[in-house]
Design a protein around this ligand. Structure first.
Ligand SMILES: [Zn+2]
Length: 123
């Protein structure tokens, strides 16, 4: 392994309320220095922004997996941001990314404001 490869790209929202949950969870589940990180308002709300970052991360760092974390009460979604909408957007993003990057595993999570990471992807 060269010094320029890493395990994962993680995409999560910019929301400050999540940070205290994200850092310990990422450290525990992926490792301290083993992922590229994208902080983007609404996470998969802007799929093409996510796609651009995944493409770069895959090309530069030879990643194995993509982790997408949407969350409860996301301001980027506004009033549309109910659980069903987040679930459906994450599923759609997972489907598209798996089709475009068949060598990468995609995992999706819905982060509750109490700190629970609910895994939505089946694998
Ligand atoms: Zn948000």
């Amino acid at each position: 392994m060269s010094g320029k490869t890493t395990d994962a790209i993680v995409v999560h929202c910019i929301d400050f309320r999540l940070q205290k949950y994200l850092d310990p969870w990422l450290q525990k589940n992926i490792g301290h220095d083993n992922f590229d990180r994208v902080s983007l308002a609404g996470c998969v709300f802007d799929f093409y922004a996510v796609l651009r970052q995944v493409e770069i991360s895959d090309r530069l760092h030879d990643i194995n997996r993509i982790i997408l974390i949407n969350h409860e009460d996301c301001g980027a979604y506004g009033a549309e941001g109910n659980y069903a909408r987040h679930k459906s957007d994450l599923e759609e993003a997972e489907r598209k990314l798996e089709a475009l990057f068949p060598h990468l595993k995609v995992k999706t999570y819905y982060l509750h404001l109490d700190g629970e990471f609910e895994q939505l992807s089946q694998t």
